[in-house]
Design a protein around this ligand. Sequence first.
Ligand code: DP6
Length: 400
Amino acid sequence: MASEKRLEVVTCTAPVNIAVIKYWGKRDEELILPINSSLSVTLHQDQLKTTTTAAISRDFTEDRIWLNGREEDVGQPRLQACLREIRRLARKRRSDGHEDPLPLSLSYKVHVASVNNFPTAAGLASSAAGYACLAYALARVYGVESDLSEVARRGSGSACRSLYGGFVEWRMGERADGKDSIARQVAPESHWPELRVLILVVSTEKKLTGSTAGMQTSVETSALLRFRAEALVPARMAEMTRCVRERDFQAFGQLTMKDSNQFHATCMDTFPPISYLNDTSRRIIHLVHCFNAHHGQTKVAYTFDAGANAVIFTLDDTVAEFVAAVRHSFPPELNGDKFLKGLPVEPVPLSDELKAALGTDPTPGGIKYIIVTQVGPGPQVLDDPGAHLLGPNGLPKAAA
Ligand code: DP6
């Protein structure tokens, strides 16, 4: 019986998501409630994922957490909020009369170990996948079956969107207690099989202003952000949902680029201003518009979060030509690293016309590498006990 086991352990994985209608700004800092709804695409876990093991045992004397092999302070407020929230839901489930397979588990301390399959140094958003995975793993180990938006959200706002695969909206909600601020799937990962996502890794530097502090200053100082949230985002959410449902790439791509640009405009309208884009980011924006102008239609679209890396959306029939254009404009540095990671891309030659359209001013080494991926599913439970990051003693297994 489960209650006689010394250790209850579960391992899950969760995906990264990229917003096409951006979340920027909170109306409640404590509960992490946003000033506008947002919509994102869940990326495939074959390329980018967090894996988290959670274990509970009556033998543990304190909650502990290890991230990428290093023990971290479990007292961080956001981590504590997630733990409190999951234990509250578990208690509620029990008082609602559900049979509890783990009678004592609520009082047990938890050990958590989490790793990313991509380098944190790449500057890719890892907190969304990380907190979604934490919420999912804790829910499993404590026997919680309710909606986990609130648990993940308390770790990082955008994390609630990583609880589902495909295309996901985070409805801002209206209630002061945040009960209606939840993530919902708009369409599953199978809905738009031709869609591809390319991550152009530009900079490995740590950003100057983190999202949390950045959006706080924006809410305090940017009238443009307030206008965006109140007057523009509601219609944009409806339009983006339509684009996804109808697989209208032209409109999807245009709105994605406009929303990214508007988010960065609100950062510039913040006082003191925040700029996440660098020269390479701006060159990528230019490249995308040249590429589209050459084709007379929107074939690729960019979006940027709180950093210089670009995320590109396109369809499978355009990937090879766009990658050739990127190679032309940003000749890879020959440092032995693979320039293309993820899904395979056939090399194709670039036409002279497209070369001419892109102009002649290559920036060698501007892009470090490209991760080619696609839309993917939500969090998964790994059944293989070999996948656990914690050993039978509840401590991290020695790194292989
Ligand atoms: C630019 O979710 O990282 O990526 O809620 O303070 O943890 P906190 O912020 P976070 O912000 C993400 C901002 C963004 C846009 C988005 O993902 O919607």
